[in-house]
Design a protein around this ligand. Sequence first.
Ligand code: UTP
Length: 611
Amino acid sequence: MQMDWLDGVAFSGLKSHWLDWSEGRRALVTRLVGANQGHLFEGWELKGASDALKEVLLVKLEGVERNYPRGVCGYVENSRRLLAVARGGENPFEGFVPEQPDRVDVTAFDGLYDRMEALGAEQFDRMGVVLVAGGLGERLGFGGIKVDIPVESVRGTPYLKLYADAILAMEVRMGAGCRVPFVIMVSADTDEKTRASLVANEYFGLVASQVHVVRQELVPAVADHEGRLALGARYELLMKPHGHGDVHMLLHSSGLARRLFGEGIRRLVFIQDTNGQVFNAVPAALGVAVEQGYDFMSLAVNRIPGEAVGGLAKLVRGAEALTLNVEYNQLDPLLRATVSPEGDVANAEGFSMFPGNINVLVIGMEAYVAILEETEGVVAEFVNPKFADEERRVFKKPTRLETMMQDLPKLFSPEQRVGVAVFDRSWCFSANKNRVADAAARQRGGGPAESAATAEADFYHAGRARLRSAGMVVEEADVVAVQGISFVPGPRVVLCPSFAMRLSEVREKVRGGVISGEATLILDGADIRLEGVELRGRSGLVIEAVPGACVRVRGRFENEGFERVVLGADELEDVAIAETVRMRGYRMVDRGAAVFRFEEPGVYEVCGELA
Ligand code: UTP
């Protein structure tokens, strides 16, 4: 190999280290210089000065070399190619006409919903769950990891426990020996705390070997249109997140996708870090995916035209058809330029033809494994530099390649089926993404707050919807506003996954009854039956029953229950109070709820006052 360049004055510092380095490191540096990255090594001080900083730079480069398919030079090549496209300013949707996607409407709890749930429930032993939990969570600004935040504050169930509980409940329904694989994608920001949470909680009852933690890494920032990697301070290689599409790369590079497929897993359900509603929808979603034969299915919600949520559309160009998430600010102009001069308009029910993407995905393994092998898991990368000049050569700041998990269908062939299942919004999606002040401002602007308080309120709302579907009378509390965020605080209904994974199970187990106001009902156990239970005011009833404990509950329960105590202004600033409490603006205090725990199998009866 020609190494004359190393004798140049610019590289004298680099050369002073050369003999100390491994063959691999020297080869990498040589390849990088050949790939127009000489600036990373030019003008180095001689050995003995800033050695630690130089080492960090090289270790970062070696990390990218290991983690990115085809290494750092592959990344540089991809950057150059995609930057040339970005510079051309080409419209990615040129020639495409948007149509309504293939969709199944499961917004109502009707016969179709039941059928889809029943079909989906047959799939529990052939599915895996993939949680993408590598995000920075900058908008929430929480000190810990988002999956450790309680979704509700009566029992304080963290998201991670809720997801594990749902997985355990699905396994129980398939009988002994069923293990639903659980893949968690973390990043440098969330890795340690996620693992610590799993270990401290003994994997929330899961078996350690069914939980697979994979870690996404940062990618180098790119300084210019020639793909030169960006330096910050001297010797500092700037790195940035690559996006949640990394999950595909990691499922490939870890060998997990292929292995799980070999073990009989037929579908993966991709979920996000804070969505307490997601497992409400998973059984029916699996049913829709199976019945329709979708290789890729997005869960979606009805969307009002113009709403700041990506719309799912089928983009048609000649024989080509691509069902994709189109960002809302691209959808309207695309519609105006093609089929609808008025842009994105409402149908008779007030909704857009293009349902809103909530980024919960059901992906069929057969197509998935094949695509991953073909692409090495690099899924539809894109780059979005902000240009500082008219020639579109100079960037305002360094950029980087990005990838989004929902873009996988861009790699599908025409015979692969992509579709959408539309669910009721509060049933399938509610996130905790925003710090209080921002959430309040969003709500004032007419958008969803997506805060801790609204995520908790929606969680209870879904519980109430299930009780209603079983015929219980549910009277909601009045709307309250806490820290400028409005929500309905009750009744607080938590039907744990152990109690019900499907609506039909709720109907089997609940007969009649009334719940109203800020009453609380928590049911945790497979064999609990409610008959005409009445809970009003603030009364609370908690039933926990181990497997084999059959509990029949009847009558009216009246007690001081759980009180939602709003924090005072001083408490909101008090760092001695947990951040997870302050982000809600209230705490829940047990004032004497009726709590019944059955820790041994047997037949039990719990009787309140009978009319
Ligand atoms: P969000 O949109 O919530 O982004 O990600 P975020 O990075 O977590 O939060 P902000 O934008 O900084 O406030 C949607 C989902 O994708 C995951 C998140 O953890 C969340 O579950 N994600 C996002 C990753 O796993 N990796 C990423 O690089 C980005």
